[in-house]
Design a protein. Sequence first.
Length: 459
Amino acid sequence: MTQTDTIAAIATPLGTAGVGLIRVSGPLAPELAERIFRPAHPNCAWQSHHCYHGDIVSSDGKTVLDEVLATLMRNPHSFTGEDVLEISCHGNPLILQTILEQLLELGCRSARPGEFSERAFLHGRMDLSQAEALAAMISAQSAKALQMELSQMKGSLTRRIDELRSLLIDALAHLEAAIDFSEDVSDREITAVSGQILQAAAGMELLLSTYRQARLFTEGLRVVIAGKPNVGKSSLLNRLAGRKKAIVTDIPGTTRDLITETVTLDGTCVHLTDTAGIRPPTDAIEKEGIDLVWRQMEETDILLLLFDGSKPLTDEDFQIMEQSQNYDVKILTAVNKCDLPPAWNNRLPDHPLYGKPLLSLSAKFGDGLEDLKKAITGSTNPGEPPSEGVMITRLRHKLALEKALARLREAQNCLTTGQSSEFAAFELSEALNALDEITGKNVPEDVLSRIFSSFCIGK
Ligand code: GDP
């Protein structure tokens, strides 16, 4: 597919910086390079992928706009697969804007968000999963997410999907040949096809099983800190965040809204939420805050129950423990204020949580914080992302895989219950279509535009 128009955009964030980058892609790029760039050395041959030093000049040739480095990457060996011109100028927004305006005057169009990646996809330079990984890599919040997205951008998921595809194509070919040449498909052929289907289904199940872990890397771990008023929840959030985010006071019931702070603990992105102290509410606002705490439990990965070690446990503590058992969530228990003389022996008697290790900490002075961080990041055991990074990181991919798997199960069912092979073949081709949604071979145009429009400008 060839695009006739040439697009241009500032590819670096607007703001003062040492360097800023302007990107141009499309058939006009080589001509524009000639028109607006005055090389410092006369032998500028515009060899592809060579960097040239010179000035960008105004269209009448009278004013120098900036001293730059310019690179032309000729099609098809460029990011977009088209002729691409990249101008590295000084990172003053005025310079970048002036050069961009000049390019627009000379026939370029402003690029839409993600349009460079969209062109790369349309020219077969990358598939949709790679383009999505590229966008996710740019906004990755942790080193682990970065590593995983990079691997996907380099094609790890594409290769795995291709392997699954070829299994299905083989199975389908077997089935269709048998349908074409004989009335009945032999038992031997059914066994062979069935084996391929089961192998592909196992591969899909394996990929699907990585989703939860991958989500932890890409979206981060959600941790809700809960406990009765004054146990030190806000102090703990502030301590982990390294700054004052939540109000700390002796007055119970001060935190009424949810306060969330994102921090990186041991390379893992963690969203910490401080909640209203749980107790019988004194007014409607406090009640609403406490209801919110319980609603958070549905969505969190870890519930960190905090107790005050300097005061005897009360009914409120026990009620919180009781109620937390109703949620399917990983529970960590910690006793705060270990800098003060203990009022109880840091064990939780007569309770399901009894016997669970209790972390001892002081939010005020920082004791026990390292153990708490380890407990948070280790408790979901995300481990290291595999270097090949074949994990499902996006809901869109997960849904497509689930659809493909359901179709495979249906195909298998058709084969084992002796239904006509045409039914099995139909299910297999539907499974292939679902797989093709991941790589973008089978994605409606409006879905494609929606995906690319969520990318940033200049990417
Ligand atoms: P929250 O209501 O659970 O959010 O509790 P806060 O963080 O507002 O703390 C309530 C009171 O306990 C404040 O006076 C804090 O300074 C104090 N506090 C919090 N953590 C500690 C701690 O580790 N040691 C001591 N001695 N006091 C603490």
